[in-house]
Design a protein around this ligand. Structure first.
Ligand SMILES: Cc1cc2nc3c(=O)[nH]c(=O)nc-3n(C[C@H](O)[C@H](O)[C@H](O)COP(=O)(O)OP(=O)(O)OC[C@H]3O[C@@H](n4cnc5c(N)ncnc54)[C@H](O)[C@@H]3O)c2cc1C
Length: 459
């Protein structure tokens, strides 16, 4: 490719304008760098357009549907008349469009040059965008992820989360392949909307990365809600025709439904982008970096979902800020993946950060761990909200709290304090002396810390 004399050069040139890419851009301009941000679709990426934001809009609509159904429990006589999926979609689209406008305006205001087009790394300091070369003194790869399909052809009644968010009508029944975060969130929404849902998960439980106490509680809650699940079994084949889908399982069972959602994880988007040709190490599609997110080639970094680890938008933001500061020579602190807060927004919600009990035992020694479980039945605000659940805290004996795990309606909001506790390596004794306002669900963290400090108040 011929380079024109007018090739534009930036201090920081970013490939991909999702959560990770645009946060590099925002922090880099703050630090005084000139920034080019290449995006072939819409800035905001998966999280804004087909991930976090639209799914949470659906989950909020689902909560309203449940409230309408259950009003009488609180002396408010309501009933759920119907779900207008077009109406839910347009509410969701309005939120996404508003956030997209806001983000585009912010990037413009900060004088970040957004380059629309498909980028390909063609040199250690050069990205070709649809035939035009752009140079970066530093390059950041942030091309994100897409749904894995395990060879299934997507179309018709076989959907990924992206198609599921844009359905015209509600199915009567759905099979969800995958009991991880995306799978249980969709199962939760559809169940609230009156869809008959069955989950298939190859591993022995739903949300297999969570603490066993959380898993048990979620499975019990899902059963109570009428969400069916087959765990410890893989699917073998999916067939569709005009009448529906059939999913054949390895145990010989066949499930039938109107649609099937393929939610079996997300893979990196790195194919045919020239990364390997420039000497970057790729493993199963992921870009391999050192712990400071450097690829080991030139001044090229990678951030977000293309770097192996938990695929979450806020990890992408943190990666973005980290790399911009690293380029500026500020030597930012590394946050280990284990200490990244995670929320699964199904009903009941799950919030967790740090080590689960089994992982803590593996890391610190079987007899070095103490745990406590505080049942939300003892928490006034949870009873008012009509939710059950628990907070589990994991500490190292005579040491800090290394894991906080919660389940219950709205418990996601408690992740803020939980992640401070774990990341600041607080001792239960430190947290126990702090005051948690009454009546809030936040008190459950205080109660758990009091119990771990050996002086439980209401337990
Ligand atoms: C259904 C769903 C729900 C989710 N819910 C949550 C949640 O509640 N909380 C949470 O934290 N995370 C959630 N996630 C995960 C979150 O969306 C991702 O972790 C996050 O978007 C990753 O950011 P990223 O910048 O690495 O990649 P992406 O957001 O995927 O952005 C990559 C960008 O790069 C662009 N791009 C790719 N290749 C090129 C190229 N060659 N040239 C130009 N542009 C290119 C793409 O168009 C895209 O805009 C969810 C994901 C899904 C699918």
């Amino acid at each position: 490719m011929a380079e024109s004399a007018a090739t534009q050069e930036f201090d920081v040139l970013i490939l991909g304008g999702g959560s990770a890419g645009y946060s590099v851009a925002l922090r880099a301009v703050q630090l005084g760098f000139s920034v080019g941000l290449i995006e072939r679709d819409k800035v905001g990426g998966t999280c804004l357009h087909t991930g976090c934001i639209p799914t949470k809009a659906y989950l909020h609509a689902a909560e309203l549907a449940e409230n309408a159904r259950e009003g009488a429990k609180y002396g408010i006589h309501t009933s759920l008349e119907s779900i207008d999926l077009a109406g839910v979609r347009s509410y969701k689209d309005g939120i996404v469009a508003g956030k997209h406008k806001g983000l585009s305006g912010l990037l413009k205001m900060k004088k970040i040059t957004v380059i629309n087009g498909n980028g390909r790394l063609v040199g250690q300091d050069t990205i070709d965008v649809d035939g035009v070369a752009y140079k970066g003194k530093n390059i950041v790869l942030a091309t994100g992820s897409t749904s894995k399909t395990f060879g299934l052809e997507i179309g018709g009644r076989v959907l990924t989360s992206t198609e599921a968010l844009n359905m015209e009508t509600l199915p009567k029944s759905a099979i969800v392949l995958g009991g991880g975060v995306i799978g249980v969130e969709f199962a939760s929404v559809w169940n609230s909307f009156g869809v008959d849902v069955t989950i298939v998960e190859g591993l022995p439980s739903l949300v297999p990365n969570e603490d066993p106490a959380i898993i048990k509680n979620l499975e019990r809650a899902f059963k109570k809600r009428g969400i069916k699940f087959n765990t410890g079994v893989f699917f073998e084949k999916v067939e569709q025709d005009a009448n529906g889908v059939k999913v054949h399982l390895a145990d010989g069972k066949t499930l039938e439904a109107d649609v099937v959602l393929v939610a079996v994880g997300r893979g990196p988007v790195t194919e045919n982008m020239g990364f390997e040709e420039q000497g970057i190490t790729i493993d199963r599609g992921f870009v391999i970096t050192d712990e400071r997110l450097h690829t080991g080639v030139g001044n090229i970094y990678a951030v977000g979902d293309i770097v192996p680890g938990v695929q979450l938008a806020h990890r992408g933001y943190q990666h973005g800020i980290f790399v911009a500061e690293e380029i500026a020579g500020q030597k930012p602190t590394i946050v280990e993946d284990i200490n990244i807060p995670k929320v699964t927004f199904c009903e009941p919600e799950i919030a967790s950060v740090g080590y689960s009990e089994p992982k803590a035992k593996e890391k610190f020694g079987e007899d070095q761990i103490e745990t406590t479980e505080y049942n939300l039945a003892g928490n006034g605000k949870s009873s008012i909200l009509g939710t059950s659940g628990l907070i589990k805290m994991v500490r190292v004996k005579n040491g800090p709290i290394v894991g906080v795990h919660g389940i219950g309606g709205r418990i996601g909001e408690q992740i803020g304090e939980a992640q401070l506790i774990v990341n600041w390596e607080a001792y239960p004794e430190d947290v126990a002396q702090l005051i948690h306002a009454h009546p809030t669900q936040n008190e459950s963290l205080g109660e758990a810390a009091l119990a771990l400090a050996g002086k439980p108040l209401h337990g």
